[in-house]
Design a protein around this ligand. Sequence first.
Ligand code: GLU
Length: 490
Amino acid sequence: MNTVRVRFAPSPTGYLHVGGARTALFNWLYARQHQGVFVLRIEDTDLARSTEESVQVILDALEYLGLDWDEGPRKGGSYGPYFQSERLDLYRQYVQKLMDMGRAYKCYCTPEELDKKREEQIKRGESTKYDRHCLNLTPEEEAKYQAEGRIPVIRFRSLDEGTTEVDDLIRGKVRFDNVAQVDDFVIMKSDGMPTYNFAVVIDDALMRITHVIRGEDHLSNTPKQIQIYEALGFPVPRFAHIPMILGPDKALLSKRHGATSVLQFKENGYLPAAMVNYLALLGWSYDDSQTLFSVEELVEKFSLDKVSKNPAVFDLQKLDWMNGVYIRELPVEELFAHVLPYWQRAGLMPLEVNQELREYSLRILKELQPRMKLLAEAVELARYFFDDQYEYNPEAVDRILTKPQTIEILRYLADVVAEAPQLDEEHLKPQFKAGMEKFGVKMGDLMQPLRVAITGTNVSPGIYEVLDLVGRERTLKRIERTVQMLAERG
Ligand code: GLU
């Protein structure tokens, strides 16, 4: 009977933001931990801004994170429909009920009139709440407004005195003064659409939501919502308002700070497990030391009482580090599966990968794995393994290939590579040492030009590993190509 039922209720007016994803995650963890039900409800009553495409994007983002829902779009459930736009009759029914009880009324004031009143209230130094002009209209006054063609909104008649207390699972008891802080807010707009504060209550009540876990930006809406629950005799759920997410400059996290769309993170190559781990730590911690949590561990260890009241700061470097940790933990075959689409999109890999290419790729990834933070980086890190026509990094060329004797050194190295019985440290190193003597230079003065010649850059896995992967024939061609390039530069 006491099944935990939580919900994530996004408005489909854009992409899924990391803040929304964190809210979804906390709800999901809470549901899974309590063997409860995670409901996904789409709050699409803002017809002008809601799009089907955005619904799709949100569902895709939740799927990428592995946050599966038990009831909602595509799943159904006993408390549907799960799109608010399909629940309009329900809202109208409850609006009528409140009107019949004297707890809601029609308001004919126009936006211009309301603006004017607000200005005057500000001038007089009063709070800017609705003045209840339309609360007790006579039938004649109403008829007059209707004759003028005015279409009313419906307002909730809020309480005239006392306080409304939100007993928040994170923030403790928060009291709101009914007179100063809750006015007769609109519950249904003139076009017949419910407002957020009204629809959310009807839905949470009818969907038997037991815990409302959402962003702290909604805390100030909660007394309004509680008054509606109480007016309609619905049990009030528990509330848990989770802290906001800030950027490094302590301003609310926004596009200004870089990517905030979950699917953008997916695209950049963050593994779902790393993303989930990182999001869980935005406002929650287990103890002072543990930062790495598998999803199973999060389900076990998450708790609302360890959610902070203070805002969380989004730290991209920490996320990158964490993603690197998760990448390194992957079996190389799995890493290959993750990286393959990036390589294919970049044209480095055909759609059909044969056994030989697959094995070559796995060997490459073994070398790259310790250096990767993002899956997307695998494209540039691996380009020269697949593509012989790689471009030279101009900075590397200027710094390394313009030194005296470079062409002679490269020619010497080509001979070494051509003659070595095998391209490994054991066979190459003695020859490199001989080269040092011959040219009167340090080891780096041989290795660095060789590296730039066969990779185009000065950062790569160990030179012996690279030589082994690129192979003798291609190495010789690459050295030749580089010598030519240098000769042409003069
Ligand atoms: N649709 C609302 C939002 O996206 C839901 C808020 C709530 O969870 O009550 O902000």
